[in-house]
Ligand binder design. Structure first.
Ligand code: HEM
Length: 141
């Protein structure tokens, strides 16, 4: 990611922060629509899950300019996800739902540059998490 892309991701996430609860509702709604099979992996009551997701995203987004500061937490998160039943092939599906949510949430502020910056950010994070949890071969697929 370029420093400019880091800025774009941070600035656009700041716009979603005030509506983070709604954004999380949109996100899981979209995820369970495109991948109904993952619904059963999550708790029935998603209230806490929505908060945890947005809090973690805030930490990750805040740390993009200094990746070393977030990689240990991202690695631990990835390892926990193995026990939740997450598979490497789920990561692009989650990424798609995230981009869709940001597009909805940002409206006109969702420009091609912002989109590219988020694709780069999610690619960096998910590639690293997959590598940590499942090994290099899977991350390259
Ligand atoms: C970069 C991508 C992702 C982020 C930032 C993320 C974030 C989180 C966070 C913060 C939690 C709360 C529990 C914890 O901290 O361990 C969580 C739980 C969970 N995540 Fe993810 N996640 C990601 C990708 C995925 C993927 C690809 C799947 C696959 C379907 C998934 C499935 C789950 C499930 C099932 C739980 C709930 C476990 C439970 O409470 O029993 N996540 N995620």
């Amino acid at each position: 990611m370029t420093p400019q892309q880091v800025n774009l991701v941070q600035q656009s996430f700041a716009k979603v922060a005030p509506i983070s609860e709604q954004a999380a509702v949109l996100f899981y709604g979209r995820l369970f629509e495109v991948a109904p099979s993952v619904r059963a992996m999550f708790p029935d009551d998603m209230t806490e899950q929505r908060k945890k997701l947005m809090a973690t995203l805030a930490v990750v987004v805040g740390g993009l300019g200094n990746l070393d500061s977030i990689l240990p937490a991202a690695s631990a998160l990835a390892t926990r996800h193995v026990s939740y039943g997450a598979r490497p092939e789920h990561y692009p599906v989650v990424g798609g739902a995230l981009l869709w949510t940001l597009e909805k949430g940002l409206g006109d502020a969702w420009t091609p540059d912002v989109s590219e910056a988020w694709i780069a950010a999610y690619g960096t994070l998910s590639g690293y998490m997959i590598e940590e949890a499942y090994g290099r071969a899977q991350a390259a697929e």
